[in-house]
Design a protein around this ligand. Structure first.
Ligand code: SF4
Length: 123
């Protein structure tokens, strides 16, 4: 017996128009159809959100001897389900100056294939 189709709804965040998207998923989880998009970016966004949603992650971490913490972020989006683990890895960082903007502070964080980088320089 086959399972039922599932419809997932999203608001596209790729531009200010905010199209309301609906992705129809087959019983196996594959996207069968997307409706509501005003352009191709919305189609790609809906397929991604329905099958493997991703988000950027950012945090502020201390730098030894510096009063101001350093903001760090993932260089690319990571799977939404791994955000907590990625944030924990970021918050476990123990940094020392100097740090340059763009420095890779963690490579392949949580085996996502994504690096954590510094967003500014600390001399
Ligand atoms: S589907 Fe296209 S037009 Fe609609 S919000 Fe997304 S990017 Fe903008």
């Amino acid at each position: 017996m086959q399972g039922a189709r599932e419809v997932k709804s999203f608001t596209c965040i790729c531009c200010p128009l905010g199209c309301r998207l609906e992705a129809t998923l087959a019983p196996g989880g594959a996207v069968e159809a997307v409706a509501g998009q005003g352009c191709r970016r919305g189609l790609e966004y809906a397929v991604g959100e329905a099958t493997n949603p991703v988000r950027m992650a950012s945090a502020v971490v201390p730098v030894a001897g510096c009063l101001e913490p350093l903001s760090v972020k993932t260089a690319q989006p990571v799977p939404k389900g791994q955000i907590r683990a990625v944030l924990d890895a970021m918050l476990a960082l123990r940094l020392e100056a100097p740090v340059c903007a763009g420095d890779v502070l963690l490579a392949d964080v949580c085996e996502t294939g994504v690096s954590v980088v510094a967003t500014k320089s600390v001399p």
